[in-house]
Design a binder for this molecule. Structure first.
Ligand code: GDP
Length: 433
């Protein structure tokens, strides 16, 4: 999906515009229990264009001086976006800070669309002409608070979207990414994987200008490590700005089939690990939990079991994800990673037999009667798998409201007992027949 980033100095209305474009989608996302999503990255739709959008204003850069913050946000936009929406405030005219942003954007070889916000009525339109001086062509008058003018602005942005039909990779390629907070050893792990005897590397991030992924072959199977370049990119903004690393992680997750959630075995689990893992789960990707730096842990025969228990307690929602304890440094158990990725990926796209599935559900209902509410009982008629990646099931019932979360969970567990699905989330929806 093309990526649009909104940049501009503070108080021009970036997050208002962001929320307008994202629309009701964000509230749907937030209905999903578990993880609260950062309001800086979401998807939007315009006509038949589906795109992702970043509010760089939401990426807080820390205690840097004002201009430095704007500068870094603009750099992020240049790095991450296909099209940049440069937002200004029509009520205040062109300010020195706008000119600073403009200077940075000139250097970028990315298309820029200039939006002049807070033009709330047609009489104010004259105020946009000053903005030609910024040097980005026609300024588009908009009103975030009234929702005016956004269509024209997005039309213009969409003109610069990369031509569609550019599929990332062929279907038979397994795409995986490594995510985790800075310093858990992601780039060391990438190097360890690429350095394995049986791995044949066909391109390495950094060797060509645009290669952000690494392609490799192992036992005749093709793989891509998504966003290797991003993992190797070190520097202040990348490392210390949590929201920015989250943003990069989200983008990598989106492009992956399998996500390796990397935890630092030496430091243990912290809150940020949970949030990162939550994104992978929510996105419906297959997940393998990787505990790195296991060489540096002082251990006895119980240590691994105890760590595993801690992971299970902290990541309740990832109970399907296998865990591997390894070391990028000593290479211990590195060779088990690709086989685990294979298993997770196979299960992620597994389709089960419908009649066997329905037998499983019938047995489940016989074992544990369906819930009732106010004298009405849930009736399950028929279950069918409607999708893969992740496996998704629709249960046809008399009244979907009667399907409790706990009963859904019970069904999920029965399905897992019967078919495995190790490494992949599965989704279950109740629908009225
Ligand atoms: P990233 O920020 O997640 O990409 O982490 P890096 O790969 O840059 O690693 C961060 C630090 O941890 C570096 O100093 C590595 O040398 C170190 N490191 C990475 N993997 C291991 C490991 O398996 N064992 C130990 N002891 N150190 C590791």
């Amino acid at each position: 999906k093309p990526v649009v980033a909104i940049v501009g100095r503070p108080n021009v209305g970036k997050s208002t515009i962001f929320n307008r474009i994202v629309g009701e989608r964000i509230s749907i996302v937030e209905d999903i229990p578990g993880v609260t999503r950062d309001r800086i990255y979401s998807s939007g739709e315009w006509l038949n264009h589906d795109f992702n959008i970043i509010d760089t204003g939401g990426i807080d850069i820390g205690d840097e001086p004002f201009l430095e913050q704007i500068r870094q946000q603009a750099e992020i936009a240049i790095d991450e976006a296909d099209v940049i929406v440069f937002l200004t405030n029509g009520r205040e005219g062109v300010t020195a800070a706008d000119e600073e942003v403009a200077k940075i954007l000139y250097r970028a070889k990315k298309p820029v669309v200039l939006g002049v916000n807070k033009i709330d009525n047609p009489e104010m339109r004259d105020q946009i002409y000053d903005f030609y001086a910024l040097g980005f062509g026609e300024p588009f008058p908009i009103s975030g608070s009234h929702g005016l003018g956004l269509g024209d602005l997005l039309d213009e942005a969409a003109k610069h979207f990369p031509k569609h039909g550019q599929k990332d990779y062929e279907d038979d390629v397994i795409k995986f990414s490594l995510i985790g907070r800075p310093n858990v050893g992601k780039s060391s792990l990438v190097n360890a994987i690429l350095g394995e005897d049986r791995v044949i590397v066909s391109n390495v991030a950094g060797t060509t200008r645009d290669a952000i992924d690494s392609q490799l072959t192992y036992n005749g199977e093709k793989y891509v490590i998504i966003d290797t370049a991003g993992m190797r990119k070190k520097g202040k903004v990348y490392e210390t700005t949590e929201k920015y690393s989250v943003l990069r992680a989200l983008r990598a997750i989106e492009r992956s089939d399998v996500v390796l959630v990397v935890i630092d075995g030496e430091e243990g689990i912290i809150e940020q690990d949970k949030r990162i893992a939550g994104y992978a789960h929510e996105a419906g990707r297959a997940v393998v939990i990787v505990v790195n730096k296991w060489d540096a842990v002082e251990k006895d025969e119980k240590t691994m079991k105890e760590f595993e228990q801690k992971i299970r307690e902290h990541f309740l929602f990832l109970d399907y994800a296998p865990i591997v304890f390894l070391s990028a440094k000593t290479k211990k158990r590195i060779h088990t990673l690709i086989p685990m990725i294979n298993t997770a990926s196979e299960n992620h796209s597994l389709r089960v037999d419908t009649s066997v599935l329905n037998d499983v559900i019938m047995d489940a209902v016989a074992m544990n009667p369906t819930p009732t509410d106010k004298g009405r009982r849930l009736k399950i008629y028929y279950t069918t798998q409607v999708a893969v990646k992740p496996p998704t099931f629709v249960v046809f019932v008399n009244e979907p409201e009667l399907m409790h979360f706990s009963y859904e969970r019970f069904i999920e567990n029965r399905i897992r007992d019967a078919f495995g699905f190790e490494g992949t989330p599965i989704k279950i929806f109740a629908r009225e027949r």
